[in-house]
Design a protein around this ligand. Structure first.
Ligand SMILES: [Zn+2]
Length: 130
């Protein structure tokens, strides 16, 4: 174990991006099981090899940058998905209207009949049926 620790000294090790690469590799491996093209399963090794390369890399700054860049992208994807899910759930109880004055999206409860909506951003008033 001591030898391994010495070997890992000054090397990058694991991070979230590395974890993602390993999971991606496993997912690809499963997907490729169902695709009858010879050697396509080798593609699932690409992210895994990259993950291993990053783990043993000595360019720690570069690897950290990669991880941060990935975390930002992943965060954006998660937010997008979260919004999509919320909107689907929301659409049963609420409706979205665009303010004709400034274009801001306004959320109003459904099933209230004709209501007057006041835009909180520009003060524009308009009437809609919900
Ligand atoms: Zn407005």
């Amino acid at each position: 174990m001591n030898g391994f620790r010495k070997f890992m000294m000054g090397r990058y090790g694991g991070d979230q991006f590395g974890m993602f690469l390993v999971i991606l590799s496993i997912i690809l491996c499963v997907i490729f099981l169902f695709i009858p093209v010879p050697y396509i399963s080798l593609l699932s090794w690409v992210p895994l090899v990259f993950a291993i390369y990053r783990m043993f890399s000595r360019q720690i700054g570069k690897r950290q940058e990669e991880n941060y860049a990935w975390l930002r992208k992943w965060g954006a994807v998660r937010t997008w998905w979260w919004n999509l899910k919320n909107r689907a759930k929301d659409s049963k109880t609420h409706r979205c209207y665009k303010c004709p004055g400034c274009g801001k999206k306004l959320r109003v409860p459904r099933g209230k009949g004709k209501i007057s909506i006041t835009c909180p951003q520009c003060g524009n008033k308009f009437i809609k049926k919900t």
